[in-house]
Design a protein around this ligand. Structure first.
Ligand code: FAQ
Length: 321
């Protein structure tokens, strides 16, 4: 009985210390004591974020050999490599919470961990590469700038680094769209078609409306999220509408209009049935994306085995020095 009471007191002290730290706005670091719920919440979010970066290489990777110029190909290659790097920072940040990379990948392959809805759509034309850079990276930046101030130190530091690269990604996408919009009628039509297909899934990237978002409560309490899904979506819409106007693209939303009183654009309803279908595994490319990831992961087993053998060899050498 006394032991139980002691354990309860330790738990309470730990929680109090943790919450005081969060409320002061201090970062939580890997060796700090933290409630299980906080740790699990972060593992879920950071691992899903990492999976998104890596799976996100697929739609663009499809266009490396078909880029319309050497310059475009070099830029696309650099961008895709950056996305792979982002995945690696994020897997490392999640590992500091006590989960292994293998466990995270297994959860992805078993369908227990999600990745962003957006990467389950096909990149059909070169204009889609523009739309991905401009809209998808543009949406990712709005979310990630906010996450730079997230309460977990390693996640927040990864976001600072990632945001620097994402802003280049967004600009390269916008450049492709702007170039196509100043081209032939066929090129303009292609750019508008890409805009029509990527706009709504990009809005879905911010997650369900706040009223339907089960994780937002804890995320705010623990300062993991600093802005809600709807706040960030609105921010993205407001900045993107103006960019579209400058190059002559039309936002495919007949209900979109400026709301003077609110100081933002009102938008039409989002198709949440489509969102839940896609994140539930039944989007246009889910099966293809997972099949590719699983195949490449198993083909790469020898690289992981070689790296492990090298690590063991080095460890032995150090022991015998
Ligand atoms: N897709 O309660 P909430 C990029 C799930 S990086 C799939 O609102 P939360 C770079 C959610 O997981 C893009 N699932 O959840 C790039 C939960 O299900 P669960 C990735 C989604 O966590 C560009 C359920 O719905 N960025 O694009 C999505 O509070 C170009 C309920 O949702 C990040 O991951 C979705 N869009 O808020 C790479 C940012 N939204 O886990 C290559 C970090 C929600 O219970 C090329 N993540 N769900 O099974 C976050 O900020 C948050 O996790 C949210 C969701 C805002 C995504």
């Amino acid at each position: 009985m006394e032991l139980l009471q002691k354990t309860d007191n330790i738990q309470e002290d730990m929680l109090k210390g943790f919450e005081e730290k969060i409320n002061r706005g201090d970062a939580i670091e890997p060796k700090d004591r933290m409630p299980d719920g906080y740790r699990k919440h972060l593992i879920r979010q950071i691992s899903q974020h990492a999976h998104s970066e890596v799976i996100g290489m697929q739609p663009e990777g499809n266009w490396i050999t078909r880029a319309p110029s050497l310059r475009a190909k070099q830029i696309l290659l650099a961008k895709i490599q950056d996305e792979g790097g982002h995945g690696l920072y994020l897997y490392s940040a999640a590992e500091t919470l006590g989960v292994s990379r293998d466990e995270m990948i297994n959860q992805l392959h078993a369908g227990k961990a999600k990745y962003s809805n957006i990467f389950n759509y096909p990149a059909l034309t070169w204009a889609d590469i523009g739309a991905i850079g401009w809209l998808v990276d543009g949406a990712a930046i709005v979310n990630q700038v906010s996450l730079q101030r997230t309460s977990y130190g390693p996640y927040s530091r990864a976001m600072v680094r990632i945001c620097k690269e994402e802003s280049f990604h967004q600009r390269q996408g916008y450049e492709i769209m702007a170039k196509m919009m100043s081209g032939t009628p066929d090129q303009r039509e292609m750019a508008q078609d890409a805009m029509n297909r990527w706009w709504w899934p990009s809005l879905m990237m911010f997650g369900p409306h706040d009223s339907e978002s089960p994780h937002t409560g804890d995320a705010f309490r623990w300062k993991i999220k600093r802005h809600s899904n709807d706040e960030l979506r609105q921010k993205f819409i407001d900045k993107t509408v103006q960019q579209a106007e400058v190059i002559g693209l039309t936002i495919p939303d007949k209900d979109l209009k400026w709301n003077q009183a609110a100081g933002h654009y009102d938008h039409g309803p989002i198709n949440w049935d489509e969102f839940y279908r896609v994140i539930g595994g039944n989007g246009p490319c889910n099966k293809q994306r997972m099949a590719h990831h699983t195949a490449v992961h198993s083909e790469g087993a020898w690289v992981r085995a070689a790296a492990e053998a090298y690590r063991l060899k080095k460890e032995k050498q150090i022991l015998h020095q």
